[in-house]
Design a protein around this ligand. Structure first.
Ligand code: ATP
Ligand code: MG
Length: 139
């Protein structure tokens, strides 16, 4: 079985957290670790380091630090890909067109406030899970 890091972002926490958790379990994922936290700037920068050179990097990091997020380790066969399918495309406007049942289509507002995050591949998944759940300095 495979692990992936899923994050219910701040913008979806208040209204959609329980629905998202129910759907995750309904699709057969096991939630093997769970932690609610407001990410520090340092943590958000590390989580999104692949986008360091992008023009939207600062906005992306800021939006991640605005309030509590729910960090989840999801375990299932093919978890990385299956969670990305559940999320849908990054931009909720595009998601509404191509995958209207996806989480981002239903719960995202715009490309930054797009309700959820998921690791992009198994290597990143391992790194991200280690970053969130094994670094005692972020406790
Ligand atoms: P994520 O990594 O958040 O799970 P993703 O893999 O679908 O989503 P990436 O291309 O890795 O998308 O982008 C990471 C995040 O950066 C997106 O979720 C989105 O919030 C933000 N982002 C991506 N492209 C843009 C853009 N053009 N303008 C502003 N923000 C963007
Ligand atoms: Mg990504």
């Amino acid at each position: 079985k495979q692990n992936t890091l899923a994050v219910i972002k701040h913008d979806a926490m208040e209204q959609h957290r329980e629905t998202i958790l129910e759907e995750i379990r309904g699709r057969g994922f096991c939630v093997t670790q769970q932690k609610e936290m407001v990410p520090s700037r340092e943590l958000a920068e590390e989580l999104y380091k692949e986008h360091k050179e992008k023009p939207f990097f600062n906005q992306l990091v800021d939006s991640m630090c605005q309030g509590p997020c729910l960090m989840l380790v999801l375990t299932k066969e093919n978890a990385v890909e299956e969670w990305r399918v559940m999320m849908g495309p990054s931009d909720p406007a595009k998601a509404k067109e191509t995958s209207p049942e996806s989480l981002r289509a239903r719960f995202g507002s715009d490309i930054l406030q797009n309700s959820v995050h998921g690791s992009s591949n198994t290597q990143h998944a391992e790194e991200e899970i280690h970053l969130i759940f094994c670094d005692i300095s972020t406790e």
